[in-house]
Design a binder for this molecule. Structure first.
Ligand SMILES: [Cu+2]
Length: 214
């Protein structure tokens, strides 16, 4: 993206300077051809390709019911807590298996926060009373840094966490070692309870039904 954008900006600037420095009749190329080729066709192709890529990537970030591990994420000023399917809990560090997709089901105990691990994917808001899901994968074992990305008060800038991606063979042991047994269990929120969300869901169900999509 960076190098393509640099090439495009350089080309546009060079063309603009050339256009300013020459008269219409002196130019080495036809103005109309440049307008149609580089002004219409090129952006249409480039933007279509980028849009297709964005749709594909966006689809991969959607949580699906396919048996991938679901880790609950609870944000509260100003810390992150994580609860795993096996009942373990950790705070400040999210433990995941490397090279395997997992889903984070994110909620908040007070105000709106936002879960963001830049190297793993996009942001997802943590909203009280709602469960927002995000599908992620850490390709290689290692430490990935996460940060709250929705301003939530004085401690916001320090509301950070780490994702530790373990080799799948070591994951169970790492999780057991990290388990914070003294922590109070996280409140369970299984469904979206916002009335507006329910209404939208009913409507989309109806539209899908009418279109014959299940
Ligand atoms: Cu914040």
């Amino acid at each position: 993206m960076f190098w393509s954008a640099t090439a495009i900006v350089t080309g546009v600037m060079a063309t603009a300077i050339y256009a300013m420095a020459t008269r219409d009749r002196e130019r080495a190329f036809s103005t109309r051809r440049v307008l149609v080729g580089w002004g219409l066709i090129f952006p249409a192709l480039t933007l279509s390709a980028l849009m297709a890529f964005a749709f594909l990537r966006g689809e991969q970030l959607l949580a699906r019911e396919d048996g991938a591990e679901v880790i609950r994420v609870h944000a509260e000023r100003w810390e992150w807590r994580f609860a795993y399917p096996g009942g373990q809990q950790s705070d400040g560090v999210l433990h995941v298996p490397a090279g395997r997709e997992f889903t984070v089901a994110i909620t908040s105990g007070d105000v709106i926060h936002s879960f963001w691990v830049p190297r793993l994917g996009g942001k997802m808001d943590a909203v009280p009373g709602r469960l927002n899901r995000l599908r992620l994968q850490a390709d290689r074992p290692g430490i990935y840094y996460g940060q709250c990305s929705e301003y939530c008060g004085q401690g916001h800038a320090h509301m950070q966490f780490e994702v530790h991606a373990h080799p799948p063979a070591d994951y169970a042991a790492a999780l057991a070692a990290a388990d914070n047994v003294e922590a109070a269990p996280l409140p369970v929120l299984d469904q979206r309870s916002a009335p507006a969300g329910d209404i939208i869901e009913r409507w989309t169900d109806r539209v899908f039904e009418a279109l014959g999509i299940s």
